[in-house]
Write a protein that binds this ligand. Structure first.
Ligand SMILES: [Zn+2]
Length: 60
């Protein structure tokens, strides 16, 4: 009977990773990401807009 205090209130804390990247598609500078980018895929990063377009094309 104690589900009101799960994990000390950090479960929905969304961490942003800051850096100096560039979108592989449109060249927009990317300074924040909601995930830690894979160093081997830094040249394939997409900005938020291109990422959304890609997700949309997946969902048909
Ligand atoms: Zn882009």
């Amino acid at each position: 009977m104690s589900f009101d205090q799960q994990g000390g209130g950090r479960s929905f804390d969304r961490q942003m990773y800051k850096g100096d990247w560039q979108c592989a598609k449109c060249g927009t500078p990317i300074t924040e990401l909601p995930f830690e980018p894979d160093p081997s895929r830094l040249d394939k990063l997409l900005c938020r807009q291109c990422h959304q377009e890609r997700v949309r094309s997946f969902r048909r």
